[in-house]
Each structure stands twice: as C-alpha cells, then as structure tokens.
Design a protein around this ligand. Structure first.
Ligand code: NIG
Ligand code: FE
Length: 444
C-alpha cells in the first residue's frame, strides 16, 4: 500500500486522531551524558495531532472534539498508527545516471570498492554516464529518486553533486537539482538540502588532484552565488560543500584547502572520511571547527563544520573531539552492507559522546538502496545502536547534521509540521519493516 503524501502549504488542515504512540523527540535538550534514552523521545499516548498552515497547531487528548471544526479538516483515524517527525536523510547522492550493477558481481567475487575504483569503475564510471546525459534528464532522474525517498517518509533530502568532476559538469548537476524545484510538481518533492561535492574523485581534465582542487576553489564564488540565488527564490536550503578525504582520493591537506575556502564563502561543510582507513577527516573537522569557533567571534563567519560521515576508522578520541565541538558523526551502515566493509561500532561512538545521525548514503556504487529504513534497520541490528539512538539519528540529530534543527526533526506545538505515520502501536514498530513498507502517511 503506497503512503499518502500530504502537502500542508495550501491552507490544508489535517488531524490525526487518537494515535497510540506519538514520538515527539522533545526531550533531547537536557541529556545526561549525551546518552539518548526512551524518556528523551517524549512519547505521548492516545493523542490527536492537529496540523494547519504547515504548523503543528495542537497536540493532546481529544483535540478533535474540543477545538477543531472537522467539516473543513482532513480527519485521519490514527488508532493503529505511530506518529513521528518527518524523516531526514542527511547523506544521499540521488542525482546520477547509469548503473554499476556489474560491481555487485565483482564484489561478490572478492574485489573491493577500492580495487574497482582503481580500475576505472566506481565514481569514474558514474561520471561518464552522468556527463553523457542532458541536464533535463538529470533533473528527471533526481525527481524519481526524491519521490521514492518521500514515499518512505523522507521530508528533507540532502543531495550531493559529485559525478561531474570538473567545474562545468558539477555546475550542471547543481543546476539540474535546482531545476527540479522550479517545476509545477515541486510540492511533490522533499525539501532540498544541496551539497556541492566537486572533489569526489580525480577529474580527467586536470593533471593531479592539487590542480583540480585549485580549479574548484577558483570557481567557488560562482557556485556559492548559485546557492544563494536558490535560497532567495525559496526553492532550496543553503548550499553546503563536501569532499572525499580518503587514501587514493583526496588528502587531508587538499581537503583543508577546499573546505577552508568553502567556509570562507559562508558554506557549511561535510566530510566523507575514515571509511577505509583512518584518513584524517575527523581530525581535520575538529581543527576546522575550532578555527571557525575562534574566528566567529572576531568577524561574521557563516560557514559551520556540520558533519563527518562514514567514520568506521575514527578513534574514540577523534569522535570525542567532534563531540566537544558540536560536529555530528554520520553512520552509513548501508554502505557497509553493500560494499562489504566493517560496520561502525555503536559502543565506541556512544562512549565518545558524539551526536549520531544515520543516513542512507544512496549512490550507484557503494550503497545501492535509496531507503533510510534499511539504514536504520542495519544501524540497530548490525551496529547495535539503540532504538532511541536510531530515532534521533534520522530526526533531531539529522536536523543538526544539516543545520536545520530549528525547523525539522521534532513534533512540537508551534513548530513547522512534518510527520510520518506508520502502522503500529508502539515505538519499536519502527522496525516492523526493514524497508518502510508500513509507512501510511507523510506530511510535509
Ligand atoms: O559515500 N565515499 C564516497 N562516496 C560515496 C560513494 C560514491 C560512489 O561510489 O559512487 C560514498 O560511499
Ligand atoms: Fe556518500
């Protein structure tokens, strides 16, 4: 059964009546030891949730009978539905062309992601396919992937470029993303949090990674301007920047150069790192975050260091430093599943005190399923994150990961309303389906 999508922008009034379990995520402001428990999820029982004009207007018992004129209101019987904040997929590569299904066969025969990449598979293969299609085609592909995500409850989707691999082609990817939100069906898409991932792999046009970084840095003012224009038009959240810092990809020095420039242009930053080795992304994030802290007081400094993603090889003290500086660690367990690499260890992450987000990392190679529920299922079953950690990972903490904690990730009166309703009557019914087949309603 396909989920029903409700867009609440156009004077729409909706009431969910008598839900046995409303997971609000309201209790996370005063955590003891940074360990999230069931109590912090602030679960309400047998309540109505009333939404109008895109805002949670009221949450409580029998609201429907007391306050709401039901005649012009969509009334949903929620007596077998768990309600939670709209899901946030804070790490996704939803715009690319072509298929790398052959890599699944190669991996099954024992080849690693890195070996495939070294033989012109991997990101380089998707670059070729992506360059070969028009911008319009890329927009179409993005829309399909974004609608799939929305149907599973993702109301805010991070979308990375990274398969253009030169300034012109990367720009084409970014414009294709924005174009999706200029169309009439923009209401049927999740909100967009775009990320410019120019330095995802080597560029065929530039000899050496240093030269490619140099070219990307030179083009940064144009890219930042494109991002600002989209925000002004109201079609997108601010543009962020990212890099793949890993052995055989970009070095810590190259990453520092790129991310330092991005921060100066007011872009928030993410880092793909510590995935195959302790390549230094967590360390660099801490250094940059400290630098931002120090300069922010001296002059207006907009860019923030938001996340380090993957982190299989980050040490407890690496993660501990991120915790101190408010940088979020993003676990991507689907990548471990599909690329046959180690899962992160929840115990170590928990002990470090770092805030944890969980995301799909959907892409054509290392994580080929566009499904945040599957990532959550693996986070619980394979990494041993707890149920409250998983909930926080795709709501409040994912909102922090994208710098949008004021408007996403929580069910609270007066706040912007996004919501997912799935079949069940208690919080652990989240895991009734590993792919979100039980999602019935999505409000954005
Ligand atoms: O997050 N690690 C780098 N980037 C992606 C993989 C992209 C690809 O293989 O196409 C990731 O796993
Ligand atoms: Fe990724």
């Amino acid at each position: 059964m396909a989920a029903k999508i409700w867009s609440t922008k156009k004077n729409k009034k909706i009431i969910f009546k008598n839900s046995p379990c409303v997971v609000t995520m309201q209790g996370l402001n005063n955590l003891e030891n940074n360990i999230i428990t069931l109590k912090d999820m602030k679960i309400l029982k047998n309540q109505d949730v009333y939404i109008s004009d895109g805002v949670f207007q009221a949450i409580g018992e029998n609201i429907a009978d007391k306050y709401v004129n039901l005649s012009d209101c969509e009334v949903i019987d929620a007596s077998n539905l768990v309600l939670m904040p709209g899901l946030i997929d804070c790490h996704n590569h939803p715009i690319f062309a072509g298929s790398r299904a052959n890599e699944t066969v190669l991996k099954s025969q024992g080849m690693t992601y890195e070996e495939i990449a070294a033989k012109n598979g991997g990101i380089a293969a998707t670059m070729k396919a992506t360059r070969a299609v028009s911008k319009e085609k890329l927009t179409e592909i993005y829309k399909l992937n974004a609608k799939d995500a929305l149907a599973k409850g993702v109301v805010l989707l991070e979308a990375k470029t990274g398969y253009g691999l030169n300034p012109k082609e990367e720009r084409k990817m970014l414009e294709a993303l924005y174009e999706a939100y200029n169309g009439e069906d923009a209401q049927e898409l999740p909100a967009l949090s775009p990320t410019y991932l120019g330095p995802h792999a080597a560029s065929p046009e530039y000899r050496g990674l240093d030269n490619y970084i140099q070219a990307l840095v030179e083009d940064l003012p144009n890219i930042a301007a494109l991002g600002e224009e989209a925000v002004k038009k109201g079609i997108s959240l601010p543009l962020a920047a990212d890099i793949f810092l890993e052995r055989n990809f970009f070095t810590k020095e190259q990453s520092e150069r790129w991310l330092g420039a991005a921060l100066q242009h007011g872009l928030d930053v993410h880092i793909h790192s510590d995935e195959f080795s302790r390549s230094g992304g967590a360390e660099l994030a801490a250094e940059l975050a400290r630098r931002v802290e120090q300069t922010a007081s001296k002059r207006r400094q907009k860019g923030r260091v938001l996340t380090v993603d993957h982190c299989q090889y980050s040490t407890e003290s690496d993660l501990g430093r991120l915790a101190t500086l408010g940088v979020i660690a993003v676990a991507l367990p689907s990548t471990s599943f599909f690329s046959r690499i180690p899962y992160v260890d929840a115990k170590r992450w928990r002990a470090s005190g770092v805030k944890i987000a969980i995301a799909s990392d959907f892409n054509p190679g290392s994580a080929i399923i566009n499904n945040i529920w599957f990532a959550c299922y693996l986070a619980l079953s394979q990494c041993a994150f707890s149920l409250p950690e998983v909930y926080a990972g795709v709501t409040v903490n994912a909102a922090l990961a994208l710098g949008v904690e004021d408007s996403y990730g929580i069910i609270e009166e007066g706040k912007k309303a996004t919501l997912v309703a799935f079949e069940g009557n208690s919080a652990d019914d989240f895991f009734t389906s590993p792919i979100g087949d039980h999602v019935r309603h999505v409000v954005l």
